[in-house]
Design a protein around this ligand. Sequence first.
Ligand code: ES4
Ligand code: ZN
Length: 327
Amino acid sequence: KLTREFVAGLPKAELHVHIEGTLEPELEFACAKRNHIDIGAKSPADVDHSYGYGLTEFLKAYYNGMKVLRTKQDFYDVTWAFLQKMAQNNVKHLELFFDPQAHTSRGIAFETVIEGIHEAIVDGRALGVDTQLIMCFLREFSKESARQTLEAARPYHEKGWIIGVGLDSAEHHNPPLKFMLIFAEAKKQGYYLTMHCDPKQVDSVEHIKQALEIIEVDRLDHGMNIIENPDLMAYLVEEKIGITACPIAYYYTRQDMEEKAITTLFKEGALISLNSDDPSYKGGNYINDVYYQFAQKVGWGREELIQIAKNSFTTSWISDNAKKAYL
Ligand code: ES4
Ligand code: ZN
């Protein structure tokens, strides 16, 4: 029988979570206070992370919450709090998204953001959590802004602080192809590539096709609509490209966990993993909650979750040698 203890004991990799989406009300309140920002809350209990339905509504709440992050200490604290959570969840390896343009566009220096996050990542190794960073471009921002961001990241990429680039935020009218040249340049510089293709977006399957066949991503984020195109799904399986699902996140934006897509991909042998996405905006559900709740929903037992955890390491960007410890 599947128990929470079993899920807690399973070593896992988390591959799809945004650091800004882990900011819990306590810390948000504390940062607001010390940075003298009025967020209209008298206590942490007043900090409201609720929103309506759909990606646009979620993104409004997400960008609103992160406004309190201004100093290197703020970025350190949000990362450190999350890494402690990851240790409690028995996450051994973490590939963590950050959204620099969401901060540089508010006048925060790129250095402030990355140095705060990185310092916590270094301290997090003592917790047994090995973390790599993935820098996401905001897809509603211009190509020029993405290019400047890639330029700002260069010295940090060269130091090994950023392993990959991703693409997130408002998907409508912002297809993967908009960023074709930026991603080609990032690949040339040695970054791994991934991209969000959120579920149920306009032209979703076309976006997935572009990400897989033209951009040639190393992994695909969400991409649940791929089941509508069996040829594309066969390609994903054949090429052993990882796909990151976030069922509880889907539930919070659309009241549906994409059970059909996730179980279909799993049965077809796709390298699918389960992830939390933005836990502090999805009911405070961290990765162990995601594994347990999704398994309960679809009737999965230990065997399926062991395979999911294996997939998370297989499709991570750690060395083949380091993977051996978990496979
Ligand atoms: C995101 Cl779920 C999701 N989709 C697009 N952009 C995002 N940023 C943070 N979470
Ligand atoms: Zn995401």
